[in-house]
Design a protein around this ligand. Structure first.
Ligand code: PLP
Length: 469
């Protein structure tokens, strides 16, 4: 059997050094390249080859990477990227991924430093969001999974072990979230076997926040009809407009109803790092669970999601399984309970904690508070420029770091074409959303590299494109 390691490391070592140099150059010169470019057909077709039966020299693989892979990525590292809600990454996290690759740790369980670092990260996450030090949690791919894990904990809290063993049966479990909640909330209801129809989508007010009176009447109506409310989800930073639900009011209602209070704070939870924004999240510290991402505002490289569960026992009871071959021990490598495989759905899992630990350690939590403030200010600046223009109009007020706007006199297809033109120009990449029944341009400013000059350039580029329509 051939070992996959080289007998002579010198060539691979020098190729590795070159890759490092090239990637530092790439990050240092992001602005010199387009934010995004369409992929030519021949590149797309080059990934339709049969399975390679024999090997290729690593230098040739790197040439293919340089030619056919690197140029055609999403572009979210670039300061002109404003689409969806994507983080920009950071060089410390990139390096940590290299180190984690060399460790190749399986962080599903056992007694080793990967688990210890992850526990450190979870404790920091609890501190950042105002949860108690006893809070439990686990790192996951992203907030879609984190919301799902939290929902399963809420299900356990309602039904106990019976829910795990015999399913939800005839219990008409019902969950509540604003109409603006992320699509993954309905997805979690589906995956948990509770069903999307048992998610009550509560209408929102003029600021796109959950209408609390309507939440109360929905709860009363459902109790009357014999349903079993088990979970209320508040969103801290909706994906469309960045609106923050009234988390304190939701916490009060959940406490009164004795049901689980979850916060989807995918990006918005980390606004807690900004002393200026933190008061707007009041109530998040009362949550039974919080889902958020380190790969958005905290700029850790993908993927890095996190779920926090206030009651550690519930998280364990929701996922723990007894198996002979995974039995934990009091000492030795099989020690160190609780293992992350008993806190979520994954058994084998990588060392995500290392890049998060390295990022928070390198820059300090304060840096991320400053990024939150700076990106929110950029969105306000963009909002002010939109309001001063007679061709543009804000589609929603600027709540956090997202500005959504319409272009007067343009139909939806014209607006979609304008956005595609802008993306294809390679200078800026906003996305779109539908608000008030009309398509809007959506600029979500998440990247720590985006400056005021970028925002002005973006605004001017839109103005120039409008003149051409
Ligand atoms: C991004 C986002 C999600 C989904 O998170 P992923 O990390 O993409 O899985 C969920 N909710 C909100 C509010 C988001 O912004």
């Amino acid at each position: 059997m051939p070992s996959l390691d080289p007998t002579d490391w010198s060539q691979l070592r020098s190729l590795g050094h070159q890759m490092m140099d090239d990637m530092f150059d790439h990050l240092a010169k992001l602005r010199d390249n387009p934010v995004w470019r369409p992929m030519p057909d021949n590149v797309r077709d080059s990934f339709q080859k049969p399975l390679p039966r024999s090997g290729t020299n690593p230098k040739a693989i790197y040439e293919t990477f340089t030619r056919s892979i690197q140029p055609y990525v999403t572009g979210n590292t670039h300061p002109g990227f404003m689409g969806w809600v994507h983080g920009g990454g950071n060089p410390i996290s990139m390096l940590a991924e290299l180190l984690a690759g060399a460790m190749n740790a399986n962080c599903g369980g056992r007694d080793h430093v990967g688990i210890t670092v992850e526990r450190q990260v979870i404790a920091w996450a609890a501190e950042m969001t105002g949860m108690p030090p006893t809070t439990s949690g686990v790192l996951l791919t992203g907030s879609s999974m984190a919301n799902f894990v939290a929902l399963l904990c809420a299900r356990y809290s309602a039904l106990g072990a019976a829910g795990r063993e015999t399913g939800i049966g005839g219990h008409q479990l019902t969950a509540y979230a604003a109409a603006t909640a992320h699509r993954c909330i309905a997805g979690a209801m589906d995956m948990a076997g509770i069903g999307t129809e048992n998610l009550r989508r509560i209408p929102v007010d003029a600021e796109y926040r959950m209408d609390i009176a309507k939440l109360q009447s929905a709860l009363a109506e459902d109790r009357q009809a014999g349903k079993r409310p088990f979970l209320i989800i508040g969103t801290a930073g909706t994906v469309d407009t960045g609106a923050i639900d009234d988390l304190s009011a939701i916490a009060d209602i959940a406490a009164g109803e004795k049901i689980w209070f979850h916060v989807d704070g995918a990006f918005g939870a980390l606004a807690a790092l900004s002393p200026r924004q933190k008061p707007r999240l009041a109530g998040i510290e009362r949550a039974d669970s919080i889902a958020f991402d380190f790969h958005k505002w905290a700029q850790v490289t993908y993927d890095a999601g996190c779920v926090l569960i206030r009651d550690a026992e519930i998280q364990r009871a929701t996922f723990a399984q007894k198996t002979n071959y995974l039995a934990a021990a009091a000492r030795g490598l099989a020690g160190g309970e609780p293992w992350p495989c008993d806190l979520g759905p994954d058994l084998s899992r990588g060392f995500r904690a290392l890049k998060i630990w390295a990022t928070l350690t390198a820059y300090g939590a304060g840096a991320f508070g400053e990024i939150v403030d700076a990106t929110c200010e950029l969105a306000q600046h963009l909002g002010a420029r939109i309001e001063s223009s007679n061709r543009l109009e804000l589609a929603a007020s600027v709540s956090l770091n997202i500005a959504c706007f319409h272009i007067r006199g343009l139909s939806d297809p014209q607006l979609a074409a304008l956005v595609a033109d802008l993306q294809e120009s390679g200078r800026f990449a906003p996305s779109t959303t539908t608000l008030n029944g009309r398509l809007a341009i959506r600029a979500a400013i998440v990247n720590h590299r985006t400056t005021r000059a970028d925002i002005d350039g973006f605004f001017d580029a839109i103005a120039a494109l409008i003149d051409r329509v």
